[in-house]
Write a protein that binds this ligand. Structure first.
Ligand code: SF4
Length: 381
């Protein structure tokens, strides 16, 4: 098997703008120790005024989220970007694939800025365009592609979203995965679910009533995904072998440990967690659902939350009348989301105030055209 040089890039080094892999930040960043960073951010934000909109994903650091005009999960931020027609510059405090989607959904006059180009997503990188095209060719060869609809999680590169649009599929997020699968199964008998196996399996089994055996796992590093023709023909869900390195860390043992340590605790987890963790939890839901559930719960309730640590820490701070703890004992930040820090945001805003456009995310026109079809299909669900 040949591995290209770009596949060997270390995050934050080298250059591979076509993927989620990090690239060096060429800017002259203010030091993180600069005592005037917050004042500089306030001044740059004020100078940009209505020309700028700052979108902040829930997993961002507090130092960044305090400057966000809108906070949300990837679905809400995609909707916000699509609804936005005035801001000339959209500063996307999230990861690369989210900024790509914002570029696709906004007008050609608007420019999307990712403050640190090394903010990628390891899950999105688990499905490359070559691998997905090869998978589809295999499905065509055995005669099942015409009966299959691709459903692709938002956490994917623009190239994979484009593949999805070109083949009549839809994008989904953890907020609308059930609706997306229902839509897809009304059109076809099989779904190719990319790139998060856990969201696909959890939604198919827990929300649609399929069985685990209705799902097969496509390993992109093996010929024919490591499956037999018969297995693929029998399957209803063909799950891509991708996962989130943050949510994939929670285990059944972490759930048992918290239940033993905190009597009466409610366990709420994100559907990117492994199936056994979701089965052992009390509630499963998207980031927005986790926030709503914990925030609206009665005082005195106890919650152990299985999602990214920045969000859990903020929920604990904002709900002092409840006991809110992180599901795992070990620290579990999304390292790439955390690349967006205040020095990068200040540098990006100050550069634009000075007339230098930096870190613009621009999706290729053809890729953008088909990605938009798939994203618009999601927004129409
Ligand atoms: S939390 Fe997981 S899916 Fe989300 S950006 Fe980080 S690695 Fe990607």
């Amino acid at each position: 098997m040949t591995i290209s040089l770009s596949e060997l890039l270390i995050l934050g080094q080298g250059s591979d703008l076509a993927s989620e892999r990090g690239v060096s930040c060429t800017g002259d960043l203010p030091p993180a120790s600069d005592p005037h960073l917050v004042e500089r951010a306030i001044a740059a934000r004020a100078a940009l005024g209505s020309r700028a909109l700052i979108l902040g994903h829930h997993y961002q650091r507090d130092e960044v989220i305090q400057f966000a005009d809108i906070t949300g999960d990837s679905f809400k931020l995609a909707q916000s970007a699509a609804a936005q027609s005035d801001a000339e510059f959209i500063f996307f405090c999230g990861v690369h694939f989210m900024a790509e989607s914002a570029d696709i959904l906004t007008s050609s006059k608007q420019r999307v800025i990712l403050p640190d180009l090394a903010a990628g997503c390891s899950m999105a990188d688990m499905a490359t365009a070559n691998q997905v095209n090869q998978c589809w060719k295999d499905l065509e060869r055995i005669g099942v592609a015409s009966r299959t609809v691709p459903v692709t999680y938002m956490n994917s590169s623009a190239a994979i979203k484009s593949f999805t649009g070109e083949h009549g599929g839809t994008i989904c997020t953890s907020s609308n995965a059930q609706k997306s699968l229902e839509w897809a199964f009304a059109k076809a008998e099989k779904v190719l679910f990319l790139p998060d196996q856990h969201l696909g399996r959890n939604t198919a089994v827990l929300s649609l009533g399929l069985s685990v055996d209705d799902c097969v796992l496509w390993n992109p590093w093996k010929p024919m995904g490591g499956l037999t023709e018969d297995q693929i023909k029998k399957a209803k869900m063909i799950l891509w072998r991708g996962h989130c390195s943050v949510h994939g860390r929670f285990t059944r043992e972490t759930v048992n440990e918290v239940r033993a340590r905190i009597p009466g605790v409610n366990i709420i987890v994100h559907p990117e967690c492994q199936h056994e963790v979701v089965l052992a939890a009390d509630v499963v839901g998207s980031t927005e659902k986790i926030i709503q559930t914990v925030t609206s719960s009665p005082a005195g309730t106890k919650w152990a939350i299985g999602t990214e640590l920045n969000l859990v820490s903020r929920l604990a701070q904002n709900n002092p009348d409840k006991e809110v703890v992180f599901l795992d004992k070990t620290v579990c930040y999304c390292s790439t989301m955390n690349r967006i820090d205040l020095p990068h945001l200040v540098w990006a805003m100050e550069s634009i105030v000075a007339g230098h456009i930096v870190n613009e995310i621009k999706v290729d026109e053809r890729v953008g055209k088909y990605s938009k079809l798939a994203l618009e299909q999601m927004l129409a669900l």
